[in-house]
Design a binder for this molecule. Structure first.
Ligand SMILES: Nc1ncnc2c1ncn2[C@@H]1O[C@H](COP(=O)(O)OP(=O)(O)OP(=O)(O)O)[C@@H](O)[C@H]1O
Length: 272
């Protein structure tokens, strides 16, 4: 695990003096004006912030789905200009192809990024990832036959099958009921431990961020969006949600974070 005590963590992603603005009908809306952020290898970073604080815009720029207006985003010495297979994004709305089965949805991604593998190797690779998210029994089902939680597990399996350097998750569990959500949080953590996957997770949920992340970046939006606070989450991995919820430090940190976000929200209301 990437922990604050790791002596010499390797930088994976460097966001430097990032600027982003949108111009619509001649009016310019500046979202970021000089944001800096470093993410280290094998780190789990959560980006928290209220609606409109720029979380999705930042993640989409890291994914290469959105252009930057200034500054740079560099992944392992390579500047990000467009989407690439070393960064996989998981969306809230699953983004599965409805006419393909679970197996075929994942296979499509594998075919695209692993052309050097034999057909048998690719099929084994897909099966292995289906097993990883415990969906063996649903391998030949279409997305319409699956629950929301199952669809999201397909999305996770598909993203991990591509073996990205960086996994980007934009509110991936936002549409799920609390129990399915908790189960998937645990499964994502399990994959994080097994694969040493570097992850950036965008979420509104303070408890989710504290339960999962090594470090939490809280965005605030006044005139422009910026990093309001960085929290190094002090709890050892692997984490147990039941024990953590009873931990006084967990509750203290949760309350402090909520208060801070409320204050940022108030400031935004005043500014807008
Ligand atoms: N295509 C666009 N054109 C103009 N402004 C945009 C565009 N996309 C986003 N914005 C603006 O950028 C700001 C940040 O939006 P963003 O969606 O990144 O916030 P967010 O924190 O992800 O919000 P939410 O939690 O509601 O998803 C908002 O003020 C939004 O209006």
């Amino acid at each position: 695990m990437m922990t604050p005590t790791n002596n010499n963590p390797k930088k994976l992603l460097e966001v430097t003096q990032l600027q982003k603005q949108y111009t619509n009908n001649g009016a310019t809306n500046v979202i970021f004006d000089g944001l800096d952020l470093t993410v280290y290898e094998n780190e789990f970073v959560a980006i928290l912030g209220h609606s409109g604080s720029g979380k999705s815009t930042l993640l989409r720029m890291i994914a290469g789905l959105e252009s930057v207006s200034g500054g740079s985003i560099v992944l392992e010495d390579k500047e990000i200009k467009k989407p690439g297979k070393e960064r996989m994004m998981i969306f809230q709305n699953y983004a599965l192809l409805p006419w393909l089965t679970v197996f075929e949805n994942i296979k499509l991604a594998v075919d695209e990024v692993m052309p050097h593998m034999s057909e048998q190797q690719k099929q084994d690779h897909v099966s292995e990832h289906i097993a990883m998210v415990h969906l063996e029994a649903a391998a030949n089902k279409k997305p319409s036959e699956l629950s929301g939680g199952m669809k999201q597990r397909v999305g996770i399996a598909r993203a991990l099958a591509v073996q990205p350097l960086l996994l980007l998750m934009d509110e991936p569990l936002g549409a799920l009921d609390p129990f399915t959500r908790a189960k998937l949080q645990d499964q994502i953590l399990e994959l994080y431990y097994k694969r040493h996957q570097t992850i950036i997770l965008v979420t509104h949920d303070v408890e989710e961020a504290l339960l999962m992340a090594d470090r939490i970046i809280i965005l605030k939006a006044e005139e422009v969006a910026s990093i309001g606070k960085v929290i190094e989450v002090p709890f050892e991995h692997p984490r147990d949600r039941v024990k953590l919820r009873e931990h006084p430090e967990f509750n203290e940190l949760k309350n402090q974070t909520l208060k801070l976000m409320e204050a940022y929200f108030e400031q935004m209301q005043v500014g807008s």
